[in-house]
Design a protein around this ligand. Sequence first.
Ligand code: ASP
Length: 439
Amino acid sequence: MSKVVKFGGSSLASAEQFKKVGEIICSDPDRRYVVPSAPGKRFKADTKVTDMLYACYELAEADKDFEAGLSAIEERYEEIRTGLGLTVSLEGEFSLIRENFKAKAGRDYAASRGEYLNGILMAAYLDYEFIDAAEVIFFDGEGNFDAEKTNGVLSARLEKHERAVVPGFYGAKPDGSVKTFSRGGSDITGSIVAKAAQADVYENWTDVSGILVADPSIIDNPKGIDIITYRELRELSYMGFNVLHEDAIFPVRQQGIPINIRNTNAPEDNGTWIVGSTCQKTKYVITGIAGKKGFCCINIEKDMMNTEIGFGRKVLQAFEENGISFEHVPSGIDTMTVFVHQDEFMHKEQKVAAGLHRLAKPDSIEIESDLALIAVVGRGMKSTRGTAGRIFSALSHANVNVKMIDQGSSELNIIIGVANEDFDIAIKAIYDIFVLTKL
Ligand code: ASP
């Protein structure tokens, strides 16, 4: 049995946290491959090392003095190193980083040093092999992740080592330059390593005991989710759940490797299991609720639209020509509505409107802004009658006006459009009806 364990920044923010991580790893010999993040925040007002690195490199790039910034970063690692009683020295590494900053090695290189240095400390602490991610995680010349090359090289390398640390977040392009994933990308590295190691489990250790049914900043003390499918999580991540990077699902999903989200500060909790499929019923009809504010809808009206072949294509072409992706397209007999991100659309609205007039020749176009989309997701909805009815009666009791409804044929989720200002009230109403009153 082998497990890949990824630890997030808050799990590795100090020597104290490192010790907890060490105990977790040593308590289970199957935990063979470790993917660390950079040190995160030690307290609320603290700064993540990744952010310190970005700020420091910005100075370097502007030919300003970055010494104080780099020393502050060095201190963060020194605190961990001495706190753990390690003899490994990072002095040489910091001299090299200083040189490379002066030579303007790039923003990605700068950010990646957070994980790289933490990886060196982690490997020394555990007495595991250190594998630099730049030697095993690859991007192509355009900066897209190269899954095939990575999997080949990485699995061959892992085979040689019973136990190893691979820092998260970065890899290298064909010219050897460092490239990072987007923020939170160590989750993706963990998933890639789990695939290459053909692990039985990918454990993702963070500072919460799993995924919650709803956002705790909206719902007081929301219930946790015991088990969720990749597809459900994908829907929820896309709509704002941020426990796991949304791209972290793909590598393990292909292999059917389950992900277990765990809490470094409460290792006795089972956390949440993310699996391909399960016969386990959800505790509630719904698995989770998520949502995002900041959408616009463009309502296009044209008599006899339903009989005009190619109308939909022409409408969407106007958005495509302006580089705007659409979120949802609910339609009626003579109307078609396109939901887009407000910040992407706002400065192009007149161009899009002109394009719509030119291509689709509508009778009228109406634009509405400040809308929110809420996704109610659950594999249990398929086999339960009246889910939509309950959602909408809860919303009407809460005095929320529903602007849009979209239910895919998979019956895995229902998307509801409401005004931005009704967002929290709507989520509370849906949570109450399904989770608190368990109707
Ligand atoms: N350290 C990086 C960040 O702050 C990557 C990660 O933690 O996953 O985004």
